[in-house]
Design a protein around this ligand. Structure first.
Ligand code: KG4
Ligand code: ZN
Length: 337
């Protein structure tokens, strides 16, 4: 089955073509991403109206580019997958309306995909040996969610952030430190090479007996540091970036491993922009080894952690009404034996 994926939930305009043989083998034929990030860097964050207008400019060229890998796209494409939420409504509309138009013109089915479900399925692109049950941690700019996947479409929501998402914590503290938006990659760059946790920021909810997260207090901790009467030079900023990353990663790893143990998970899947962080990937792997756990860690290629349409096309194949994220998180027990 060959699927065209379209993703326009935020500031990326993305289209991709994947060929799905089975859940163990999803071939990525093309993966095109255009971003209006440089515009948002100037304003220190995304202005939804600006993002939506850029989507309109990019959407047709991006889709055309993604289809160049096929000789006869209209004949070869079996279905069109599109992100329907969560995201910025103006941006989402551009993708959804374009998908509807192609679906009508080519007489192909349209598959609505939840963006978070997409981040999970980035792990299935290429050849994989993922075994269920799996615990998935989605860490992006808007979400921090921990879910249990018993099988395709059988998802139990275990917990999520009560306030800021992990990526949001990076972006908001980045603003305090005058770093460019989005701050995650820059904080990673500055923290690289530092080995001492100078500031030892709090690890919120690390020992709570639920699977919730809370990261909003961290920006206050960083703010207090920046208000001290010491010069905010590169060395201090780098130390803050390192201590902040350590605090966030410690909580993410501890809670995910606890969930994996409690539910006898065979696999842990990471997804979302923060999962592109090399230190997080390595720390996760190291914790699993240190715990002498047989659980296998799966992390998508870095370009498939941040927003892309390949993950939406891959997720579409496994889509069913039981993967409606809003329903899943509102009724944790609903779709699970
Ligand atoms: O998944 P994503 O591309 O978009 C959303 O769905 O939100 O995630 C974007 C988030 C931003 O908050 C960004 O700062 C963060 O992912 N991010 C990172 C890294 N790359 C992106 N955070 C930490 N380290 C990184 N290398
Ligand atoms: Zn995302």
């Amino acid at each position: 089955m060959t699927i065209l994926g379209i993703e326009t939930s935020c500031d990326e305009t993305a289209a991709a073509v994947v060929k799905i043989e089975s859940d163990k083998n999803i071939e990525l034929l093309s993966n095109i991403v255009a971003t209006s990030l440089s515009l948002h860097a100037k304003t220190g964050g995304i202005i939804p109206e600006v993002a939506a207008r850029e989507q309109v400019k990019f959407i047709i060229p991006v889709i055309e580019e993604s289809l160049k890998v096929l000789k006869d796209p209209q004949r070869e494409i079996d279905a069109i997958a599109v992100t329907v939420g969560p995201g910025l409504i103006g941006s989402l509309l551009v993708g959804v309306e374009t998908a509807k138009a192609i679906s009508y013109a080519w007489n192909k089915p349209i598959i609505p995909v939840n963006h978070l479900f997409g981040h999970i399925y980035a792990n299935f692109i290429g050849e994989n040996k993922i075994e269920f049950p799996a615990v998935a941690l989605i860490v992006s700019g808007g979400h921090t969610d921990l879910v249990l996947i018993k099988n395709h479409g059988r998802i139990k929501w275990l917990g999520g952030t009560r306030d800021d998402a992990a990526g949001e914590a990076f972006d908001k503290t980045g603003r305090l430190l005058n770093l460019p938006y989005p701050a995650g990659p820059e904080i990673e760059r500055l923290a690289t090479g530092i080995t001492k946790d100078v500031y030892n920021f709090p690890r919120p909810l690390i020992s709570s007996d639920d699977y919730d997260f809370s990261f909003s207090g961290l920006k206050t901790a960083v703010l207090r540091e920046t208000q001290k009467n010491e010069q905010l030079n590169t060395e201090r900023i780098s130390n803050i970036c390192y201590s902040l990353s350590e605090a966030i990663f410690d909580v993410l790893i501890k809670k995910t491993l606890r969930a994996a143990n409690e539910y006898n998970a065979k696999s842990i899947l990471l997804g979302g922009g923060v999962a592109a962080n090399q230190t997080l990937r390595e720390k996760f792997q190291l914790s699993i080894i240190n715990n002498q756990s047989p659980i296998k860690l799966f992390v998508p290629e870095k370009r498939l952690c941040t927003d892309n349409a390949a993950m939406i096309a891959a997720a579409a194949y496994f889509n069913n009404e039981e993967t409606d994220w809003q329903k899943i998180s509102a009724n944790p027990e609903l779709y699970f034996d």
